[in-house]
Design a protein around this ligand. Sequence first.
Ligand code: GLY
Length: 370
Amino acid sequence: MNERVHVALPDRAYDVEIGPHLLAQAGAYVAPLLRRPRVAVISDETVAGLHLETLRAGLAAEGVSMEALLLPAGEATKCWAELTRCVEWLLDQQVERGDVVVAFGGGVTGDLVGFAAAILRRGVRFVQIPTSLLAQVDSSVGGKTGINTRHGKNLVGAFHQPSLVLADTAVLGTLEPRDFLAGYGEVVKYGLLGDADFFDWLEENGPALAQGDGTARVEAVRRSVQMKADIVVRDETEQGERALLNLGHTFGHALEAATGYSNRLLHGEGVAIGCAFAFELSSRMGLCAQEAPSRVRVHLREMGMKVDLADIDGDLPDAEALLALMGQDKKVVDGQLRFILAREIGDAFVTGDVAQADVLALLRDALASR
Ligand code: GLY
């Protein structure tokens, strides 16, 4: 039941392998990439506690040895200080241009370690072994790497494609339900932005998937990764179409900033609320039918996800302040915010043609109904 998605980038093509228990077979996938049988693995303490020895054994089965650096789990690790630590440790390990670095963990680890690999000796190859649903369907594929600064998320980084992605879907079984569902926000995003059939499939199979159906999990990851791979191949550096992958993110990032990037709102939860907002705004602007935002909301609710601002605990800033936070978004061009809106479920587009007054009205209404 293993699946493979090929990311057909010229000169930098790679495979995303998807299936249960791939960690135990890691050596068979990684060894063909190596000039010498050793890898440097960077992970976080939580993932390592659960899975590092399985990975070590999987590599050793093909004669590959590993050294590991463990970082604290959490978004705060995606910072300059931990980047320095990673790079210095990789140099201590005498990682050479021909060696391979392994990023083993969720989106934070993948982004940070991918960036360290991008700048180490002006670029060494790396393998992504994503362990969260969010990382398996989104952040481990496509080569975006980077860290956060005090100015905002992901503002320093590089495009650096992995040489291989190993998405072990059995590992998803060790996620907290809240973390799994947050990753599901990114899965739904794919259906909403470009594949109405996939959204239909999710409406039908989402609950089984959340409850642990292994076949459904492989299929959801495969379809998500395939869609991402197709978009990345057409627009690797986000000159146009790739921005669609940010559906829900302009609102979501503002909400994450407003909640201090804390446990109050996980990234995928912000994306889910942001998708609901993007469809509501599209409907209010007369771009899509009124039924579309309702359908999005019903599905997210059925999955037990956050949908409204009322689902976020604690105070939130007013509409003007939220709009200002949206202005930090990387999609701002010449000071103008760009939005991902939709004509219908499965048909999103990028536009700068949105009146601030419409966004403010939407935010005010959402805040008023808290
Ligand atoms: N997560 C959005 C992208 O990779 O473009």
